[in-house]
Write a protein that binds this ligand. Structure first.
Ligand code: BG6
Length: 309
């Protein structure tokens, strides 16, 4: 991103004392937010949130120590946006995993300070010649982010074309945890999941999800809220969502993390992905003129049930 582009962005969208655009590692444009509730940053590439730190707390979102910041490459950690398919493309193995919007530049379309002192910023991506190679449909994709006591996302797909479209999607959130071997994810009890590590077999979850090996699952028809209980950090993360019927739970564990090369030494121990998604059986069809919202909110709480001070 050039200095001229950054200055133009700041002129149009910077918010006094709360939101500024600057150049980040690898020359990527970064939107930095600071308010009375939290600090956060979002890369303009992919509209990828990179950090959210409520005041007085440890980071809630995990970003790899070895994350690579490069044009056209997804950054390991944060909240990548997967769209319009989740995982590998159904028929084209050469197409990028998790769709194409996480590696293209998004436009800023609105910034504002909300009444409660939270900060709002919205990003958009529209059809271009580059995206047409992968997905030739007329749509508008918007990600609205609210940074406050909670972190909130609204991923809106507007079908502005004349044919129905079917999308898979996910807010691929990486959460920071004290030690993944000691956390428990609640809220998926009884759900059927696709076990991607066991030939896609369908299984049923019993009890909370705990981690002692590589885990890669798509929970279906899973709209309920989830809690990540983290006794080591004496906190839990509450995930509340709407317009999302799947929840993806992922940790690469040691061998896959080593193969990936950008997870950082033992990084897998300090993260878990709990992704609010529409994937596999839960993909969404949107009629011409209609729109679909995937909304999610994250809140940090102490294990006693109150927000940590
Ligand atoms: C998860 C998938 O959502 O993302 C995993 O379920 C995948 O299968 C992981 O390995 C990371 O994907 P990527 O493309 O960011 O390395």
């Amino acid at each position: 991103m050039t200095m001229a582009e950054l200055s133009a962005l700041n002129e149009q969208f910077a918010l006094h004392d709360q939101l500024v655009f600057r150049e980040g590692p690898g020359g990527l444009g970064i939107c930095e937010i600071t308010n009375g509730h939290a600090v956060a940053s979002v890369a303009l590439q992919g509209a990828q949130l990179l950090s959210w730190i409520p005041r007085g707390e440890q980071p809630v979102i995990w970003l790899s120590r070895d994350a690579r910041f490069e044009v056209g490459r997804s950054i390991r950690g944060g909240v990548p946006v997967c769209w319009p398919w989740f995982g590998p493309h159904a028929t084209q193995p050469s197409f990028p995993a998790h769709g194409f919007v996480r590696t293209v530049p998004w436009r800023v379309c609105e910034t504002k300070i909300l009444e409660d002192g939270a900060t709002f910023v919205a990003f958009r991506v529209t059809r271009t010649d580059t995206t047409d190679v992968f997905w030739p449909h007329t749509v508008e994709l918007e990600l609205a982010v609210k940074v406050g006591v909670t972190l909130e996302f609204d991923l809106v797909t507007r079908n502005t074309g004349s044919e129905s479209i079917t999308i898979g999607e996910a807010l691929h959130s990486y959460f920071s945890v004290g030690d993944v071997r000691h956390i428990a994810v609640e809220g998926l009890e009884g759900c059927v999941y696709i076990d991607k590590l066991d030939s896609g077999k369908r299984k049923q979850q019993s009890g909370p999800v705990v981690f002692d090996a590589e885990t890669d699952r798509i929970y279906l028809d899973a709209s309920a809220e989830c809690l990540i209980n983290d006794p080591r950090m004496q906190r839990r993360i509450r995930i509340v969502k709407s317009g999302s019927r799947s929840t993806v739970v992922w940790n690469p564990w040691v061998d896959k993390a080593e193969r990936m090369g950008d997870m950082g030494e033992n990084g897998y121990l300090n993260m878990v992905c709990v992704e609010s998604a529409n994937a596999a059986d839960d993909v969404v069809t949107i009629a011409p003129g209609d729109e679909h919202h995937l909304r999610v909110s994250y809140r940090l709480e102490s294990l006693a049930g109150k927000r940590a001070p």
